[in-house]
Design a protein around this ligand. Structure first.
Ligand code: AVJ
Length: 332
């Protein structure tokens, strides 16, 4: 598989055997820069992608099973329910390109629904994650070729070495909600480049809804989401020689009506000083670090956004409770 990965690489990278080690080292430096800059800035912020180290990814997996967290189970159910309808529009697809190799359960449901599919191209920054996903899906789907692509899917520009054919893109879990509208538009334009004219794109997008449902989904009773957020500070301690006392910060999730998004913060519970890589940062009680956004869209709002990036809506499905949407788009 190593040679497959390097032959598919669109970015400049060292050979596949050292790619992940090099990426990890670069990632720690990127983390250091983001944290030192982000804590010095006002308002303070750290980009959400740093939430997903090994511990953070495991905690997110736990979040997806919470009773309060409806997106994962709703989207999975929708892929089951609407698989045949998805195939009516995208049944000619022979190559599935997944952005951020997600849960193999959802991917499997989609693969099951598509008869002509012969190649699966997951794109992810983690080579070990890709290898795992590849193994599971090859075992489950007879005759499927998996061609993983190591890289940042927001940056990869071409699918060098990937076979030509009818391409279907898949971006699940409302991960697109982490991006601002401008970033989401840039992502959709990049995906258009990558997938090419005539391709189809299936995207899972979380819907706007009542705060009674929305807030608990990001602030659950058992504190799993709080642990997921606070792990960011623990990661600073582990990787950047930090001395955050995680008991002196609280997870805080609120809905910004104007921006149509959940915003997540870590709030200082006391006046305190924290040091990171030898640099000192003072926090006043109540001061916050912004760690995540999760944008919510009506079906129409997302279709308008997709259109500005060149994607024409084919159809969109919602579940019976109007919690989540699946969008099918075509590049014209
Ligand atoms: C992975 C971005 C889809 O926004 O719902 C869940 C991340 N953060 N709970 C989301 C998340 C806290 C999740 N996404």
């Amino acid at each position: 598989m190593a040679s497959d990965i390097s032959s598919l690489l669109a970015e400049d990278r060292p050979s596949a055997s050292t790619a992940e080690a090099a990426w990890r080292a670069a990632e720690i430096e990127a983390f250091a820069e983001a944290v030192l800059d982000g804590l010095a800035r006002r308002p303070r912020s750290i980009p959400s992608r740093f939430l997903y180290d090994a511990t953070g990814s495991a905690l997110f997996e736990e979040i997806t099973k919470l009773k309060e967290y409806y997106p994962t189970r709703t989207e999975t159910k929708m892929l089951e329910t609407f698989g045949a309808e998805i195939a009516e529009h995208a049944g000619d697809a022979d190559i599935l390109v997944e952005f951020g190799s997600g849960s193999s359960r959802k991917t499997s449901l989609l693969i099951d629904a598509l008869d002509n599919l012969h190649t699966y191209v997951p794109i992810d920054v983690s080579e070990s994650f890709l290898a795992e996903a590849a193994k599971r899906l090859v075992a489950r789907h007879d005759g499927l070729t998996v061609k993983p692509l190591v890289g940042d899917f927001t940056r990869a520009r071409t699918l060098i070495g990937a076979p030509r054919g009818e391409r279907l893109g898949f971006f699940s879990g409302s991960t697109i909600g982490n991006l601002t509208h401008a970033e989401a538009k840039a992502f959709l334009e990049n995906a258009a480049q990558l997938l090419g004219r005539g391709s189809v794109f299936l995207i899972g997008v979380d819907l706007k809804k009542s705060l009674d449902i929305l807030i608990p989904a990001y602030d659950d009773e058992d504190g799993v989401t709080a642990a997921f957020s606070l792990n960011l500070l623990a990661r600073v301690n582990r990787e950047l020689d930090g001395d955050f006392d995680t008991r002196r910060f609280a997870h805080c999730a609120l809905y910004n009506e104007h921006k149509g998004r959940i915003e997540i913060y870590l709030e200082s519970l006391t006046d305190q000083k924290v040091s990171v890589r030898g640099r000192s940062f003072s926090f006043a009680r109540g001061e916050r670090i912004h760690t995540e956004n999760s944008h919510k869209y009506s079906v129409h709002e997302f279709q308008v956004l997709a259109s500005t990036a060149g994607w024409r809506p084919i159809t969109a499905w919602t579940d019976a409770d109007d919690l989540f949407s699946l969008h099918l788009l075509r590049l014209v």
